[in-house]
Design a protein around this ligand. Structure first.
Ligand SMILES: Cc1cc2nc3c(=O)[nH]c(=O)nc-3n(C[C@H](O)[C@H](O)[C@H](O)COP(=O)(O)OP(=O)(O)OC[C@H]3O[C@@H](n4cnc5c(N)ncnc54)[C@H](O)[C@@H]3O)c2cc1C
Length: 407
């Protein structure tokens, strides 16, 4: 096909053939047959329902509603949740593999998809049976949108500095404050909101609540204009003495910090999988474009550069799968161990996209080839879910602590 009309992402057969070709036996050997089955399901639905819409969503900034609904209909939104709540009880590796597939097809869709999980997961680990039954099934079947509300104008990397405040009332709590940069915040039906019940208590005052977007005193702002991830929305959220019933306290008062810490384990798998998926997408699109330009005689310089990328992407895949497996099996996994995966895989996504654009020369600049979109989409994965500087800080602290113990 000529490069002007190259349209791998809109042809499901061509899409699946190309991505099947890029599977690596060394990484596949780490997966169970069920995990490979989930990947095949994800690749199939992505090829038909997600990838073909990606360029339009990027151009129009429309919300990826149809793509997310297709993923929910395929049963992919509840991978790590139990069957009685609408999930399939699969592994974190399954989730990572599905996220990688979705991100390779449309990163913006993957951002909305993962946020559904990020909103449902705190309810699973800290919510009462009643809260779980009331909110989780709707997030998994796509009938409700969810948000995770941590970041504030003056608190993100330093979560303990948050100032959104929950004040005890006769019927529950009154919530006041502001969140910012909240994914799906403009349309969320279910918001996991972290607030302080007493700022002087620092982390020990942080408390989590399940808040409905339609309640009095809760308002979403207009979505921000962003560099990438255009099919997802990111907005402010305002709480003005919003009454929260007692039953919507998530876990115990003052125990929100542990909910944050458990949640970021999952959200950092999501970001890491986006990094690997975007790296794969950049590589696949570059390979397809070079083949359209040169047939089977791709110049050596570009072949060598592709060889380097292939090795790095395989390393990223192996790291993602290995750490996700550790999450499945090791309850004592540390923030630094998670951080190694989050930082390396998201750096991989961005650096591979930059390199892919370089390899393509002027073609890297063409929108319809999708490499410049990878670059724009990948940047934010290094920023959210704990910036990569914060990951380095966590990794460094663990390393120096271990060396101190050795000394
Ligand atoms: C598209 C998008 C979607 C998002 N979605 C959500 C969401 O759904 N929910 C949510 O709660 N948040 C969300 N965020 C917010 C995001 O998680 C935070 O912006 C991010 O964690 C950084 O925190 P911050 O805003 O406080 O930045 P800052 O901490 O102000 O960071 C500014 C710079 O300083 C650096 N820095 C900060 N502290 C240190 C340190 N101690 N050592 C070295 N460097 C440091 C950072 O690495 C960064 O380079 C989203 C952000 C974006 C852009």
């Amino acid at each position: 096909m000529s490069i002007d009309r190259l349209a791998i992402d809109t042809d499901p057969k061509a899409y699946v053939a190309l991505h099947d070709l890029l599977d690596e036996p060394a990484a596949d050997a780490m997966l169970t047959s069920r995990e490979r089955e989930i990947r095949a399901t994800a690749r199939d639905v992505v090829s038909r329902e997600v990838a073909p819409r990606a360029a339009d969503l990027d151009a129009t900034h429309e919300f990826a509603h149809d793509s997310v609904q297709a993923l929910a209909a395929a049963g992919l939104c509840g991978l790590i949740f139990p069957a009685h709540l609408g999930g399939t009880g699969d592994t974190n590796v399954s989730y990572a593999v599905a996220m990688e597939e979705i991100s390779a097809g449309c990163a913006a869709t993957s951002l909305v998809f993962m946020t559904q999980m990020h909103a449902a997961y705190p309810i699973l680990i800290a919510g009462s049976d009643e809260l779980q039954r009331r909110y989780i099934p709707g997030l998994l079947d796509g009938s409700r949108y969810g948000s995770l509300g941590i970041t504030e104008p003056d608190a993100g990397s330093d979560v303990s500095g948050l100032t959104t405040t929950a004040t005890l009332t006769d019927t529950g709590w009154s919530l006041s404050g502001q969140k910012t940069f909240i994914t799906t915040g403009d349309r969320a039906d279910v918001i996991i909101c972290f607030a302080t019940v007493d700022r002087s208590r620092g982390r020990d005052g942080i408390t989590a609540f399940v808040v409905e977007g339609g309640w009095d005193g809760v308002e979403g702002g207009r979505p921000f204009h962003k560099m990438g991830m255009h099919g997802s929305s990111t907005a402010e959220l305002f709480f003005d003495r919003a009454p929260i019933p007692r039953s919507n306290l998530l876990g115990e008062e003052g125990r929100g910090w542990s909910v944050v810490m458990s949640s970021v384990v999952k959200s950092r798998i999501s970001a890491a999988a986006q990094g690997v998926g975007l790296a794969r997408a950049a590589y696949a699109r570059t390979l397809a474009a070079l083949t359209a330009l040169h047939g089977s005689r791709i110049p050596d310089e570009q072949t060598f550069a592709l060889a380097d990328l292939r090795g790095r992407i395989l390393q990223g895949r192996l790291l993602l799968q290995a750490v996700a497996r550790q999450v499945d099996t090791d309850p004592n996994i540390t923030p630094g161990q998670i951080g190694v995966m989050k930082q390396s895989c998201t750096d991989l996504g961005f650096q591979t996209s930059v390199e892919a654009a370089r390899i393509l020369g002027p073609y890297g600049d063409l929108t319809h080839l999708g490499v410049e979109r990878c670059l724009r989409d990948a940047k934010v994965t290094q920023i959210y879910d704990g910036t990569n500087e914060i990951q380095r800080l966590l990794i460094g602290r663990e390393t120096t602590r271990a060396m101190k113990d050795l000394a």
